[in-house]
Design a binder for this molecule. Structure first.
Ligand code: ATP
Length: 589
């Protein structure tokens, strides 16, 4: 496929306002591409070069791109800066300048998709001294030989601003349509994706070998598994009932989640959002080699600092200090990390995903036997709400977050939030003090005293997994400092899209729509019903339509943007509905 053809499809994706049409366009791309191109096209459409766990960044800053555009268009850097300021979009700036360039006709090339992807890869792996100039040269050559329409997407791609609005689920559905003729295989594709976290790979296997081969994909070392997630319930009685009268109850540790893959002396550790973090956790990597006797293993746990004198785990903030890249070596001495292991998914050639929890737990305990820095989570098995409650209280008194109850018979359910794991934190008891993770879908201009900031508030959404849509739940207009407003403006103005993104469902029109990609953590006093928001919107008995909304919403956290969560990891509509119902139940008591 020529890159010019792909760029035409991308333009269509940008213009479309319905999710279903988006899927049709993407399915057309896959149908018309060569089988050898599918993998690269998927990565390109996701705006990446490889799956997140490979950690391959473009290493292209806006300034570098500006220089490349200037060289390609035979213009001054100042003119590129001016155009970028004017359009607020590097793609449109590149498109305009390339179309005005006198050099263009002499250089016109017919790039294939693989050529463009190949050069982008080369740009990414170029590092060290002189790499900046080399990157500029490669990008400039690419842009100089392209049409204005191609330049638009070529410029956006390496700076993460493609803004096509396609999520994992959308791409999987389009793959299903393209290669099996219907949407029905999406669930199977999703299962396969959950165990390898690589959409490009799934697309390649599907296009070359068919759906049966995708079905038989197994867990493998150094391809991280998408994490199992926990549902929530507010009381011990409800947990025991939901679990069918008996369950395991593990302490809930508040550190950061690690998925450890070990094969002989090779170890890689992946975070909750499946980025490789081995370099930041050298002590855990070492312990996996020296303390675990199994040759080939994938297991999972929570990494935490410990006060060695008292044997108590440290609070999250203190553990996090350690995670910052700087001073890792000194911090190892000061604050060695422990790994509290809570699951195992693979052992010496055997995929354990379908084994029941209890069997996995035995294998896990066996694997970590005798280890010092890696220990199994503390747990009980109970049929009694009272016993669960007491275990919960002791955990909280010991400075932990709460408990996670586990269904003794359940397999490891990758990439999904199911009732096979149920969390209960202290905060659920009594009020809505658990936080929500919401996706920013738009923002408002400052009014009154805020006019000077060009930012006055956010429009936020929850994720409806079934519909693969972002449904609005709240406007957030309070609690921002001047510095926050400036920071939000700078971040969001670069993610503005000209119309409501196809996967956003909203009755409110903000001053600017933004590509749904940033997640923030929000606290609120209560979940209420509102006709203004589309989250979980349904007709009530009187025929009025109402969705869910937040009362007194405010942002929490210092860094604001949850870089560890993708938009599809945001609190889901069904969780909001459950939280609304829990809130009612608790307040009635
Ligand atoms: P989630 O991970 O469910 O999206 P979150 O990131 O806000 O939400 P929590 O709601 O606090 O996290 O709870 C789930 C997390 O708890 C898991 O992702 C895991 O990192 C952590 N955890 C701590 N102890 C355990 C345990 N014993 N079993 C399973 N998970 C545990």
């Amino acid at each position: 496929m020529l890159f010019s053809e792909l760029a035409r499809y991308y333009q269509k994706l940008e213009d479309v306002s319905s999710r279903l049409k988006m899927i049709d366009i993407m399915a057309d791309i896959f149908k018309n591409a060569d089988k050898d191109e599918i993998k690269s096209i998927i990565y390109m459409t996701e705006g990446v070069l490889a799956p997140a766990f490979e950690g391959l960044d473009f290493g292209v800053a806006e300034k570098l791109l500006e220089e490349a555009i200037a060289v390609a268009a035979g213009m001054d850097k100042g003119e590129v800066e001016k155009a970028y300021k004017k359009y607020g979009d590097m793609g449109i700036a590149a498109q305009e300048l390339i179309s005005q360039s006198k050099l263009r006709r002499m250089n016109a090339k017919k790039y294939s998709v693989l050529e463009v992807y190949g050069v982008m890869n080369k740009i990414a792996v170029t590092s060290g001294s002189g790499s900046k100039d080399a990157k500029i040269k490669m990008l400039a050559e690419l842009l100089a030989g392209s049409s204005p329409e191609e330049a638009k997407f070529m410029a956006r791609y390496p700076i993460g601003q493609l803004r096509l609005g396609a999520g994992d689920s959308t791409i999987l559905e389009a793959l299903s349509v393209a290669f099996t003729g219907s949407r029905e295989s999406k669930a199977e594709l999703e299962n396969a994706y959950n165990i390898c976290s690589d959409l490009g790979y799934i697309g390649e296997v599907l296009s070359k070998k068919g759906i049966s081969e995708v079905r038989s994909l197994k867990v493998s070392l150094f391809k991280p598994i998408r994490p199992a997630l926990a549902e929530r319930l507010p009381t011990a009685e409800e947990i025991i009932k939901k679990m069918g009268g008996k369950c395991a109850v593990e302490q809930k540790y508040d550190g950061f989640r690690c998925q450890v893959h070990k094969s002989g002396k090779k170890v890689k550790i992946y975070s909750r959002n499946l980025e490789e973090t081995t370099d930041m956790l050298p002590d855990i990597a070492k312990a996996a080699i020296t303390e675990i006797n199994e040759e080939h293993i994938i297991f999972e746990g929570e990494a935490l600092g410990m006060n060695e004198a008292t044997g108590e785990f440290l609070p999250f903030q203190e553990t996090m200090q350690r995670k910052r890249k700087h001073g890792i070596t000194e911090k190892i001495e000061e604050l060695p990390l422990h790994l509290v292991a809570f699951d195992i998914m693979y052992l010496n050639g055997k995929d354990l995903m379908k084994e029941p929890y209890e069997a996995r737990r035995n294998l896990l305990e066996n694997a970590v036997k005798g280890a010092k820095m890696i220990t199994p989570s503390k747990r009980i098995i109970t049929t009694e709400p009272k016993e669960l409650e007491e275990f919960f209280e002791t955990s909280v008194e010991g400075g932990l977050e709460g408990i996670v109850a586990k269904d003794l018979k359940a397999p490891y359910i990758a990439g999904a939030r199911k009732f096979s794991w149920i969390k209960m934190k202290r905060s659920y008891k009594g009020e809505l003090s658990d936080t929500l993770d919401l996706v920013i879908v738009g923002y408002f201009l400052g009014r009154g005293s805020r006019t000077e900031f060009k930012f006055g508030g956010l429009l936020c959404a929850a994720y409806n997994k079934k519909r693969d849509m972002f449904e609005t739940i709240s406007k957030i207009g309070t609690g921002f400092t001047e510095a926050n407003m400036q920071a939000f403006y700078e971040l969001l103005s670069k993610a503005v899209v000209k119309q409501k993104p196809a996967r956003v469902d909203s009755l409110i029109t903000p001053d600017f729509w933004v590509e749904p990609k940033y997640v923030i953590t929000v606290k609120a006093d209560e979940i209420t019903k509102s006709p203004m928001h589309t989250c979980g919107m349904q007709e009530d008995r009187s025929g009025e339509k109402a969705g869910y909304a937040l009362r007194f919403p405010r942002i929490v956290g210092d860094g604001f943007i949850r870089r560890d969560k993708s938009p599809e990891d945001a609190t889901s509509t069904s969780e909001i509905i459950e939280m609304f119902n829990d809130q009612k139940r608790v307040s009635v008591k």
